[in-house]
Design a binder for this molecule. Structure first.
Ligand code: PMP
Length: 378
């Protein structure tokens, strides 16, 4: 196994400014960027992109195949541009989780929550956007690509968000979009619903709550705030707890006015008929797809204890991953040594830390055994 051609962090295909051909009329502000991408490399234990490690059952994959076959007969036609059936099912799903009374008019669906983030910037990026670092690295990157200026706010030393400091930063910067990721990626810590409500009272523009990992946390979802605070918008995804990353389906839960603005920036027929069909079936099978969430939460606590038992530190997590530190070798070196042992984890570019996604039993064991061996090596 060779990992030599891979850099440990997210910028696998970076081009330096000088490498772009002079004839290429690439935007000046993009020339300095590197393409995002966690290394996609074969490994025995794939624990780097916070996916759910449990595949779909035979019954569910057959049900999806049957619906996709049906949809395939009409692929000469464009799909339902507004994905109404799917958005209705998503509204019902959220209502059943959070006792809300939302309808399809409160839901927007897109190709992953990354597309939702992009649409928010395109529709509302008239001023600057603020987020609290370290957090999801695509927020600033999508801001940049859509021409929105990004402000890096700060967190406490232990990566938790200091409510008073966040409030002061919001009041100083007056952003048009304020991003809160809860549970936060890559740290795993979450903000309570009371703190989010207090922030909502004081935030101008839109308060964007990225809840990609919400199902792994016990906190109340911010969707419960939308009725009272229409400028609170919540991003969710089927890529994580829902075990549906391959389909690319993310959604926005928000006031109708926010959803109406999404129609202005979406591309016509952006969500394929196949995606809509698969998503609809997945929602019919939601119990099965979410069945492993409790197990992943329990395994997260077990894995955290095992990492601590190796003499390392773990940031308390409400998500399906753990950020750990306390090792003496450089993170990039440890990342590479783990990969050489068949364990793919994530170097998120934080000095002295690496992130591991909770895997299945065999993956978790391989991770701990390999980590223990790597720590012993010089
Ligand atoms: N938000 C957060 C916080 C994430 O960690 C991710 C994926 N890593 C996303 C959004 C995007 O997920 P997707 O596009 O698969 O829905």
């Amino acid at each position: 196994r060779s990992s030599r051609s891979w850099r440990s962090n997210d910028c696998a295909i970076g081009k330096s400014m000088n490498l772009w051909p002079t004839w290429l009329p690439l935007r000046q502000d993009l020339r300095e960027l590197s393409a995002y991408g966690a290394p996609q490399v074969p490994a025995d234990a794939v624990m780097n992109t916070n996916e759910n490690p449990y595949p779909l059952s035979q019954e569910l994959s057959a049900a999806i195949a049957a619906r996709v076959l049906d949809a395939a007969k009409n692929l000469n036609r464009y799909p339902d541009r507004d994905a109404t059936v799917l958005r209705n099912k998503l509204a019902q799903f959220i209502n059943s989780l959070s006792a809300t009374k939302l309808t399809d008019e409160n839901i927007w669906a897109a190709n992953g929550s990354n597309e939702i983030i992009q649409s928010l910037f395109m529709a509302f990026g008239s001023g600057s956007a603020l987020g609290f670092t370290p957090s999801y690295s695509m927020h600033p990157l999508i801001a940049k690509v859509t021409g929105v200026s990004w402000i890096n706010g700060s967190r406490r030393e232990d990566f938790t968000l200091d409510y008073d400091s966040a409030l002061a930063q919001i009041q100083r910067e007056k952003p048009v979009l304020t991003f809160i990721t809860t549970p936060n990626n890559p740290t795993g810590s979450s903000l309570s619903i009371n703190e989010i409500e207090k922030l909502a009272k004081a935030t101008p523009g839109l308060l964007v709550i990225d809840e990609a990992y919400a199902e792994f946390s016990e906190e109340t979802s911010a969707v419960t705030l939308i009725e009272k605070y229409p400028h609170v918008v919540v991003i969710r995804t089927m890529s994580k707890a829902f075990a549906f990353a391959g389909v690319r389906l993310g959604y926005l839960v928000a006031d109708k006015a926010v959803i109406d603005a999404m129609y202005l920036v979406r591309l016509p027929y952006h969500l394929s008929a196949l995606t809509q069909a698969a998503g609809e079936v997945a929602l019919d099978y939601q119990e099965e797809l979410l069945a492993n969430v409790a197990r992943l939460r329990a395994d997260r606590e077990k894995l955290a204890q095992e990492i601590v038992a190796l003499g390392l530190t773990v940031v308390p997590s409400d998500a399906n991953f753990l950020l750990f530190g306390g090792f003496t070798k450089p993170a990039a070196q440890l990342w590479k040594e783990m990969l050489e042992r068949g364990v793919l984890i994530r170097d998120v570019g934080l000095l002295g830390y690496l992130r591991v996604t909770i895997g299945n039993e065999a993956e978790n064991k391989k991770f701990i055994d390999s980590l223990s061996a790597c720590l012993g090596e010089k």
